[in-house]
Design a protein around this ligand. Sequence first.
Ligand code: 6R9
Length: 682
Amino acid sequence: MAAVSGWGKLGRSTNIAPRGPSAYSIPNFLRGDCAVSDGEVFPVFETWAQKAHLDAAGYEAAAARAKTDPDGFWREVAGRLDWITPPTQIKDVSFNKSDFRIRWFADGVLNVSVNCLDRHIAARGDQTAIIWESDDPEIHTTLTYRELLAEVCRMANVLKAKGVRKGDRVTIYLPMIPAAAVAMLACARIGAVHSVVFGGFSPDALAGRIQDCDSKVVITADEGLRGGKTVPLKRNVDEALKTCPGVTDVVVVRRTRGEVPMTEGRDAFYSELKTTVADTCEPEPMNAEDPLFILYTSGSTGKPKGVLHTTGGYLTWAAYTHELVFDYRPGEIFWCTADIGWVTGHSYVVYGPLANAATSLMFEGVPNYPTNSRFWDVIDKHQVEIFYTAPTAIRALMREGDEPVTRTSRKSLRLLGSVGEPINPEAWLWYYRVVGEARCPIVDTWWQTETGGVLMSPLPGATHMKPGSCTKPLPGVQPQLVDAEGKVLDGAVSGNLVITDSWPGQMRTVYGDHERFIATYFTTYPGKYFTGDGARRDEDGDYWITGRVDDVINVSGHRIGTAEVESALVANPNVAEAAVVGYPHPVKGQGIYCYVTLNADVTPTDILEAELKGWVRREIGPFAAPDVVQFAPGLPKTRSGKIMRRILRKIAEDDLSNLGDTSTLADPSVVDDLVKNRTQQS
Ligand code: 6R9
């Protein structure tokens, strides 16, 4: 059946109900308390302490100043950008409901594309801004800052010719090709607000995102190419637009040159449009608090949230953290493997690196194509110095043994990074010893779509490393652990992670639903930003993220709301009810475990199981395909009808000795059935 306004039928609508730390569904191997204990500390390399932007004393001083002289500190941080009008108002924030506001640098005026491009031209116009490594290892291209600026101006002029004006939303549905960065920067140049939708999302998911922010223009490609397989992007757009009557124009970038249908009067090829426009374009002066982009992310309710970031604070934070965390120097070759469809791609493929005059490597392919040496071959080919990827990729490659790594040189590498999910100590140590040959520090960076950039990470010249710990907050970031009732927890303890004060890169609202923004993030613990994550703090004050405490699961570093998967499942005509939980998965971190109750007249079969997995793939996207579907004649419910997810999580985790109190269930016998028929995970 057709989903409601493209979002999938909305299932539960609950506020985040934090579980106590004891209820975390975190596998033991991710807890940090297995074979490698917190005892294992890797001190700062002496050479790094000497040359890094911040050493330990510098870090302490910056953190202290951010507390005692916040305006002076943040003014200085923002001073790294070129402002048309430098801000005189620095921080204007209240997390309290009565006078809630988050404003940074509010009277400042600037343009993001100027900061990422124009200002580098005089000294670095001929430096490579983007190295594009294609899916095919034989093909790569480079764009200098001068070339990138001209291309951005052309795209900006094309958008203007399509009627796009300051404040209008533009949806970008592109593969990892330079045009993706060009499209983002072109929007920034003319003050349009981009919404990048990951190319792995289904037409239905794309439609929901287009409708929610009411984009009139969509930028896409004929097809994507990953691991030798094509992705039908334009066809997906055509499908999505059947329910998006507001879209007037589709700009199609040619990637594979595959045959795609073009709708007369709506669709046009970028290669033709760009010959009709100039390669210069006046940048739009933007207020610091004008929106820069919207990025949809999963929460604990069915409908993804349009996380809105603004101009001055976001760029300040992306640039500052990129320099500090990676100890970045202009001209170094930086590779973040994230797709631009996720926040990591926004902040550390495009905005942070380009604001800092980096050479940013953009990779179209996948880690295991054509061989398991691909990452390391690319590092050698382009002499990459800083490499930033996700634990799931590290775990997958680790399984293939050391040889695909050790047969490459990797001599250019000097720093490694990890992001997206907790990294288990085994994977950390393999990354450290085999990939980095014990000579590259690892920065385990904890952050979120909502935070704009890194909030906690070791700094290579300042902080010791512990496998599995994101260690300390960056200067100006104030984490706190609280219990389920909001009591502040001190010392070495586990709890729910909140941030007590703002930082410039913080999201400003949920697009179109400010109430939801406040309800989601600031009411569970009034006056504090609730991250949705649980964490442990050890005796040294180092933080260990234990994972989500809400109904969000993290599959290969992709955030998926269990409610989204449930909504997709119940939209299937055979399904009466569904409950979805995460369970430990050796490569993906978490896998998707679905309990499905079928309609009375439907017989459970292997074919139906496969059909439901395929159904979710199509409804949301391939990355959300269930790992396990268990048919359940009944779900464990309280007498008031609430599904007891705690029990479902325990069964999925195969932790049967610890099902807890089932006496409050309306029908305790359903649990026996679920346990008896528990599906063995692959
Ligand atoms: C940047 C990004 C955010 C969620 C976050 C947390 C998990 C991210 C992590 C980490 C442990 C790290 N997460 N980095 N957990 N250690 N270094 O991933 O944004 O897609 O919004 O996901 O990812 O659970 O809350 P996003």
